[in-house]
Design a protein around this ligand. Structure first.
Ligand code: SAM
Ligand code: SF4
Length: 335
């Protein structure tokens, strides 16, 4: 389909060729920045997309121009029919990838290889086992750490996502950088973002500039190499001279990258979200079940996308709690 006419091209000329599909609202961790302390009200099972519905919607998006799909959640690997879903999606002509907390990813190495997954994004917010427990409320640090090493041994490209929170794990910035010395991973610092129920406060977000300042105090300008960012990359990428890995900063709060945005999200209950921060959603699953054509719904959703963070143009707009409460919790969006 011609890009200009595609339902995936918005009024600012951004073409959304990258679909993130959330497979579940459930998780085997309870990261404080993602899962509200009291949990979330889960959608009834019959309101969630089944494997064939996921495939059917994904196939339509591929027809519109999607060429990259990332599976996320919740934790995508807790879905019992994960093998069926990824095998179906691997028949589409897309770059297929996954974001996981790595707790059980070792059970799926062969499946991931067979279905063409080359890059995996793993969440790890600390290199300290006790702190891992205090952030995630589970004792899986050793498993996750070992699985990151296993993924590298198995030949996967590994990106590690760490949400930095002031007073929680911001004292580990240099430890994370040191980790890239002998490990060929792409380590990504993510600015803590506000979502429903995650107790966000502006002062808890550690900014891009603060992270860079810390690194610049410990490495010389000659050692810090600014790398070329990939097209549509949300991260600003760097490496330390001589280190095997790289590091990057995803600065959604202080330096948004919305003008480059090519992402669109499908929630586990089949709703389309045109932005991580959008309050409005479009129900594709009900339309599919009613045998309605979803093209006009997709077109309407994409064409109503705001220029910046669903209308939260300035950083101050985050201060208004209503902005986050009208959005979902991250666990039910799919990052
Ligand atoms: N369970 C998988 C995982 O943790 O990688 C996939 C789902 S998780 C919601 C996807 C990504 O969202 C993770 O990298 C996580 O760190 C990020 N995330 C969740 N809540 C966030 C927040 N409040 N601010 C920034 N990133 C967040
Ligand atoms: Fe689960 Fe991922 Fe959210 Fe942590 S960030 S609670 S691992 S979905």
């Amino acid at each position: 389909m011609n890009q200009a006419n595609s339902p995936l091209t918005d009024t600012f000329g951004r073409h959304h060729n990258y679909l993130r599909i959330s497979l579940t609202e459930r998780c085997n961790l309870r990261c404080s920045y993602c899962m509200p302390v009291d949990g979330v009200k889960l959608s009834p099972a019959e309101h969630l997309m089944n494997a064939d519905e996921i495939y059917s919607i994904a196939k339509t998006f591929v027809k519109f121009g999607v060429d990259k799909i990332r599976l996320t959640g919740g934790e995508p690997l807790v879905r019992k029919d994960f093998p069926k879903i990824i095998e179906l999606l691997s028949t589409l002509n897309v770059d297929l990838s996954i974001t996981s907390n790595a707790v059980s990813i070792d059970r799926h190495f062969e499946l991931l290889k067979k279905t063409g997954v080359k890059t995996v994004n793993i969440s790890l917010d600390t290199l300290n086992a006790e702190r891992f427990h205090s952030i995630t409320f589970r004792n899986y640090f050793d498993k996750v750490y070992q699985n990151i090493l296993n993924l590298l041994n198995e030949g996967f490209k590994v990106k590690i996502n760490a949400v930095l929170m002031r007073g929680v794990n911001d004292d580990e910035i240099l430890d994370f950088i040191a980790f890239t010395k002998d490990h060929p991973v792409a380590f990504r610092f993510i600015e803590f973002m506000p979502f429903d129920g995650n107790q966000w406060k502006r002062e808890k977000t550690v900014s891009y500039l603060e992270i860079m300042k810390k690194i610049q105090e410990n490495y010389t300008d000659d050692q810090i190499i600014r790398l070329q960012d990939a097209p549509n990359d949300t991260a600003k990428n760097y490496s330390i001279k001589g280190y095997q890995g790289t590091f990057a900063i995803i600065s959604t709060v202080t330096h948004p990258f919305c003008d480059q945005c090519n992402r669109i999200r499908l929630t586990a209950n089949g709703h389309l979200k045109n932005c991580l921060f959008s309050k409005k959603e479009n129900d594709l699953l009900t339309a599919l079940r009613n045998n309605q054509d979803i093209e006009s719904i997709v077109r309407q959703s994409v064409s109503s996308k705001f220029a910046v963070r669903s209308g939260m143009d300035a950083p101050e707009s985050f201060e208004d709690p209503k902005q986050h409460q009208q959005n979902r919790s991250m666990i039910t969006i799919g990052g």
